[in-house]
Design a protein around this ligand. Structure first.
Ligand code: ADP
Ligand code: MG
Length: 136
């Protein structure tokens, strides 16, 4: 199936303001695409968690925001990327309640449950890339 990219934007993720901006853009997109309020909240929550991880654990990076149309439905795909320390044990990092810093966020495991697609690639010493998508 062909996926058309209707719109795309790359934004830096270095500061708290960048995280706020990522949230705002994704919220605006979900509203313009008429996502339900519940789905808006799910996606914006996922953005908060992943953008924060990029800034806090990855030492900063970027987010690629894409509005998609696969001819049957529309969706939003988000790719968070950094060249930080990477994640040595992905299974452990995905475990609910695990944090290398003792924080109590929703975390990677919770974020996965908020979206339709979730892919995590990480290489220790090279960085981390997380791609999520939510279809309407
Ligand atoms: N972008 C990243 N770069 C390096 N490590 C990461 C990244 N994202 C997550 N991690 C690691 O995975 C762990 C789990 O992440 P998460 O579930 O979001 O918990 P939290 O952010 O509350 O620590 C983090 O504590 C951190 O060790
Ligand atoms: Mg986190």
């Amino acid at each position: 199936m062909t996926i058309n990219i209707l719109r795309s934007e790359t934004i830096p993720l270095r500061t708290d303001e960048d995280v706020v901006r990522a949230r705002r853009i994704v919220r605006d997109w979900t509203i313009s695409m008429k996502f339900s309020l519940v789905d808006q909240t799910k996606l914006v929550t996922a953005v908060s968690e992943l953008a924060r991880n990029t800034v806090d654990h990855g030492g900063g990076g970027s987010a690629l925001l894409e509005m998609l149309d696969d001819t049957i439905r529309r969706g939003i795909r988000l790719t968070f990327e950094d060249q930080g320390p990477g994640i040595p044990d992905i299974v452990l990092a995905m475990t609910d309640g695990y944090s290398s810093r003792g924080s109590l966020g929703l975390g990677l495991g919770g974020t996965k449950r908020l979206v339709n697609e979730f892919n995590l690639f990480s290489e220790p010493g090279k960085g981390t890339r997380v791609t999520i998508a939510r279809w309407k």
